[in-house]
Ligand binder design. Structure first.
Ligand code: FES
Length: 108
């Protein structure tokens, strides 16, 4: 049986617009991105060389990997530009006031 739970990870006021913050959920690094298009959560690991995306430039809903410049769409994790060719895992986000929570799936 699967159940879903939202876990508090960060406060919006702690992340400036077009900035991101890396958090951990179950030992997995997740990047919380505060964009002009909304808050998005993706795996904080570039699919090109398994390096954190944290610190990558954010424009609209796109993030550029700080290492080799691959671009990802934060809304669905889809890769937009090489050298990466695999999409990122994305996580559903819930906002309550200024609290950001990320959905974690639990299998029982
Ligand atoms: S590690 Fe991200 S593009 Fe190479």
């Amino acid at each position: 049986m699967m159940s879903d739970e939202f876990i508090y990870v960060a406060d919006i006021t702690d992340i400036e617009i077009n900035q991101s913050q890396s958090v951990e959920l179950d030992g997995k690094p997740i990047l919380i991105c505060h964009t002009t298009k909304g808050i998005f959560a993706v795996e904080d690991k570039c699919s090109h060389a398994d390096i954190p995306l944290c610190g990558g430039q954010i424009i609209d809903n796109f993030i550029t990997c700080p290492v080799h410049g691959a671009v990802f769409d934060l809304t669905d994790g889809s890769v937009q530009s090489p050298p990466a060719f695999e999409d990122l895992e994305t996580f559903e986000v819930q906002i309550e006031g200024t609290s950001i929570s990320v959905k974690k799936s639990i299998s029982e």
